[in-house]
Design a binder for this molecule. Structure first.
Ligand code: ADP
Ligand code: ZN
Ligand code: ZN
Length: 711
């Protein structure tokens, strides 16, 4: 009998001890089924202690799955420790729904045995001929369909032993590159540097820096091709969820001749199970996925890529808060492999790591081909004024008119994801607020919705406070903008692309096709159209609200706005025709606009870094946020004050707060924030501090290490 210490994917502070009938050999890092309370759960054997302090251990049963690699197990442990989460939380990220997925049973197919049926009929002959001609196993239904007979005929032949049943296995990816570009000298140098680290099996972080269209994707594709040729190992490409499009997969398939395994939060169940097992068994050679793909049980990881590494969607903001980009670095370090962070507008963290020599910079100097950078101009909204409750300035309208006359396309961009207008009563000024949160409801079609708790109700006909029927959606929503466009240009062909109107890949593909075929003159959209697409006839990009986001005053507001606007600007003039970008702003003096205009990203970054350094903020200092919440405000405040008094004093360590969170009430819970600022990673210290300070039952503490959002 062996004592095994098992990490279970539950919210528990420690691993649990069980007894296993088998010997200890080969048991470490295997999946087991164990009882917890009345439930059976799946867990991972993470330790083999000599003995257990508990007697009467319950029994663990080994599951029929190979052990995860030691580096994978270490990774789960590392992330949990760093993010101050329970060990089970990172395991849960690796086990969809908390269980080792059911293996996918392959379909049964049929092959001829050579034996003839006792009585040959026409239909039987058709089946046997079809099967022999095809040469590969076909399912009962497919074989019947091709032979033009009923499935019962196939079944009958199998029963007589004329056909034999075999599992239909997926064809393994065969590398058959179709479109292999010849890399430029800079691309080649970059690809070679990464490939050398890969071949030498050394952990090396690279920052692949180049404007949109400079050929970054081709660089990591080249390394990937090398990886596939060189070993049976695996590669992981992380992309922001929104970028995982059918177009991207098509491009991959064109380049490599097969489809990679895909992983994200809304993948279909069958595909999810299949990919999970293929990764564990080392059969999935290339996985492309959103941040959660990091937790897949890779058997032999050789290359990690984080595309658009600055993208804020890499940070998981719900429980088990982790930063996918940072954890990708850790994953690569444990796997002794290179990691490539690619971006046209790197995060200041990565930029600074490069400046300080921790990351190797790979720079691609220009756009591939002859495409020119667009001309960027600011429209000062204090001078070129929009009409009342209108959002398009005369300057922008004139530019749109000019493109319409030339038969060129325009993109109008509204900053901020899912931005939607508020509803306000014109009679009395009444605003519609969420009953459970300190937040206004926003207009989505015919409904009012709270973005924080999901509360939703039908938009009323009249104001609940003064009965006036004149309720008015206020703020630049996409619908508002398209109305305004059509008012000015009734004959323009315009469409909207936002969360409400584009809900599937098919919707998006439709918009893209219409743009490509020139069936649209003006596209109005939110973040979902900011990246990735290439429309040769698009020559004008207008940003309606370039200041949006700056006002938030959060640490990364300027950085984020710069990154987003650079990305949007990159949509203009991607082909021969020169592009123009017009940014509507009340704030044209802001240094970020000067940087956008002259494409002087580095100067802007230098300025930002300087101000961060002064305040001791990331990337120079570390932040750890504590969000205290509870139904009774007094209790939450008292707890916060108590924690503050107990906070250890040390050099380079500071506690800010407790202060009410910017959204001070969500789902009827009061929220207060504490922020730890430290010169070094502070997880050990914070852990100790929290463990030695009792917290009342009515208060919940959420910890956010390296917070990105401060609401
Ligand atoms: P990025 O990832 O930096 O945005 P891409 O790798 O997508 O850039 O390249 C932009 C376009 O240029 C793509 O259509 C790509 O196929 C093409 N391209 C890039 N490098 C080359 C090359 N060396 N030869 C031919 N085409 C290239
Ligand atoms: Zn009113
Ligand atoms: Zn709410």
């Amino acid at each position: 009998m062996t004592v095994v210490r098992v990490t279970v994917p539950l919210f528990l502070p420690k691993a649990l001890d069980y007894a296993l009938e088998e010997g200890a050999q080969g048991v470490l890092n295997r999946f087991v089924e164990v009882p917890v309370g009345k439930k059976k759960v799946h867990g991972l054997v993470t330790e083999l202690p000599e003995s257990s302090p508990f007697d009467k251990l319950k029994t663990a049963t080994l599951l029929d799955a190979p052990a995860v690699s030691a580096q994978t197990s270490q990774f789960y442990h590392w992330v949990a420790r760093y993010t101050l989460s329970y060990p089970g939380e990172s395991l849960r990220a690796a086990l969809p729904g908390g269980y080792v997925p059911e293996p996918v049973v392959p379909d049964t197919g049929y092959l001829p045995t050579g034996k003839m049926p006792e009585k040959m009929t026409d239909t039987r002959k058709k089946v046997l001929d079809t099967s022999a001609e095809c040469g590969e196993a076909l399912t009962q239904a497919e074989l019947a369909r091709r032979a033009g007979v009923s499935p019962a005929v196939v079944k009958g032949l199998a029963e007589q032993g004329c056909l034999r049943a075999v599992p239909i296995l997926d064809a393994e990816p065969v590398l058959s590159p179709a479109q292999v570009p010849t890399l430029s000298a800079a691309q080649k140098a970059a690809a070679d540097a990464v490939a050398a680290a890969m071949t030498g099996r050394t952990f090396t972080p690279f920052l692949l820096d180049g404007v949109t269209g400079s050929g970054k994707t081709e660089v990591y594709f080249d390394v990937l091709a090398e990886q596939l040729a060189q070993s049976d190992g695996q590669s992981l490409i992380l992309v922001p969820e929104i970028a995982l499009t059918p177009q991207w997969l098509d491009r991959f398939e064109k380049r490599f001749g097969f489809r990679p395994d895909v992983w994200h939060s809304s993948i279909a169940d069958g595909a999810r199970r299949k990919t999970w097992w293929r990764v564990l068994e080392g059969k999935a050679r290339v996985v492309i996925g959103a941040r959660s793909a990091l937790f897949l049980p890779f058997a032999d990881l050789r290359l990690v890529v984080v595309d658009e590494e600055h993208d804020s969607s890499y940070k998981q903001e719900e429980v088990f808060r982790y930063h996918g980009r940072d954890m990708a670095i850790v994953r690569a370090r444990l796997a002794n492999c290179p990691v490539v962070l690619a971006s046209a507008t790197p995060s200041l963290e990565s930029w600074n790591n490069t400046a300080e020599g921790r990351y190797t910079l790979l720079h691609l100097p220009e756009r591939h081909g002859d495409a020119q950078l667009p001309a960027v101009r600011m429209i000062d909204l204090r001078q070129s004024k929009t009409g009342a409750d209108a959002y398009l300035s005369p300057t922008l309208l004139a530019a749109i008119e000019d493109r319409l006359a030339k038969g060129e396309q325009t993109l109008l961009f509204l900053n901020r994801r899912g931005y939607a207008p508020l509803l306000i009563c014109r009679g009395c000024g009444h605003r519609f607020n969420c009953p459970s949160c300190d937040a206004s409801l926003v207009v989505h079609g015919a409904r009012l919705t709270c973005h924080h708790c999901g509360f939703t109700e039908h938009t009323p006909e009249t104001c609940p406070s003064c009965d006036s029927p004149s309720l008015h959606a206020f703020g630049p929503g996409t619908r508002k903008v398209i109305q305004e466009v059509l008012q000015h240009f009734p004959h323009a062909r315009a469409a909207v692309a936002d969360r409400d109107s584009v809900q599937s890949d098919a919707d998006m593909a439709d918009i893209v096709t219409r743009m490509e075929q020139g069936a649209l003159d003006i596209l109005i959209g939110t973040q979902m159209i900011a990246k990735g697409h290439h429309f040769p006839n698009l020559t004008l990009v207008g940003v309606i609200d370039a200041d949006m986001g700056l006002a938030h005053g959060d640490l990364r507001a300027a950085e984020r706005t710069f990154q987003l606007l650079t990305q949007v600007a990159g949509r203009a003039g991607r082909a021969e025709k020169p592009g123009e970008v017009l940014l509507q702003t009340y704030n044209p003096e802001h240094p970020l606009f000067a940087a956008l205009k002259t494409f002087d990203r580095d100067a802007f970054y230098a300025l930002e870094l300087k101000s961060r350094k002064g305040g001791g903020f990331p990337p120079f200092g570390r932040l750890t946020a504590l969000i205290l919440s509870g139904p009774r405000e007094g209790e939450v405040i008292t707890c916060g004050q108590h924690l503050a008094r107990q906070f250890p004093q040390a050099d380079g360590l500071r506690l800010l707060g407790p202060a009410p969170a910017p959204i001070a009430r969500v789902r009827d819970k009061y929220r207060y924030r504490l922020l730890v600022r430290s010169s070094q990673p502070a997880h050990a210290l914070v852990k100790h501090w929290l463990e030695s300070t009792p917290v009342p039952k009515g208060v919940r503490i959420d910890i956010d290490v390296d917070p990105q959002s401060f609401y």
